[in-house]
Unconditional design. Sequence first.
Length: 130
Amino acid sequence: MIRKQAITQIEDLEWHSVEEIPGLRYKFLIDSDVTSSRGLSLGALEVAPGAILPPHHHSPQEIYLFHSGEGEVILGDEIHQVRAGTAVFIPEHCWHGLINKGDQPLAFYWIFPTDSWSEIEYIYDKSSAK
Ligand code: NI
């Protein structure tokens, strides 16, 4: 199979939002739903001041790389401060979430070892924790 190259520019991409979670918006930079890529995917998420990305887990591992703002990440049973330059490795099925306690958007990139974000099954329910 021929692997095609892909290049995107963040400001050219449209924001998406989550109806059930106010204060979040995201873009897909490298994702098989928008680029001719596979095996890896990259997106950008912004959390508004005071907003929360609720704790969840999923079967693929994930990386967060923060580039703007300040906040707290929930990782397993720990809470850590995050800011520009913080990288977080999230193992398979590890609980994680975010709180923006600053007065600026908390912005980061996510990376999944999957073709696309849309194939990730998000689990928010504690009762189904593995
Ligand atoms: Ni996640």
